[in-house]
Design a protein around this ligand. Structure first.
Ligand code: NI
Length: 151
């Protein structure tokens, strides 16, 4: 198992049968997604959505496989104008003060902030911190990189 998540991991999903789904999305989310598809040269939205879902599944499988004592870094990008978000992020960090060793904050633009958290603890707790941050409205991205502590 790799220590950092990579989009180039081998895809082992069975993809013979196609199912059609209808999805409702906020228009700004869809336009951001379409912009990425255009930049990356996707021929269709369906192809882009399939790739996005594959990445999501691989990421969660990777998260599920991560076990034992770990040192790591969580990078979070968020919109500080989102109502209540800064308070929620601070609350989460206080809930995991035994896991979070240090944090670094930088104001990226008028509305965006980046925060880097140095974490150390059992993989389960480290993942919990990342997942709780991911679940907050106004959080753009959360990246988790870890190193096993044994050896
Ligand atoms: Ni800031």
């Amino acid at each position: 198992m790799p220590d950092t998540f990579s989009d180039s991991d081998v895809d082992d999903l069975q993809e013979n049968d196609l199912s059609r789904i209808g999805v409702s999305l906020p228009s700004n989310l869809l336009s951001s997604f379409d912009q990425i598809l255009k930049t990356r040269g996707y021929s269709s939205r369906s192809e882009g959505i399939r790739d996005a879902i594959r990445s999501y599944i691989r990421y969660y499988k990777w998260m599920a496989d991560m076990t034992g004592p770990r040192q790591g870094v969580i990078t979070i990008v968020y919109d500080h104008h989102q109502r209540g978000l800064i308070a929620s992020i601070t609350d989460i960090q206080h809930d995991y003060m035994e896991v979070i060793q240090a944090s670094l904050h930088s104001h990226v633009s008028h509305s965006r902030c980046v925060e880097v958290l140095l974490v150390k603890g059992d993989a389960k707790e480290v993942k919990e911190v990342a997942e709780r941050l991911m679940a907050q409205k106004g959080v753009e991205t959360v990246k988790l990189t870890t190193i096993p502590l044994e050896g």
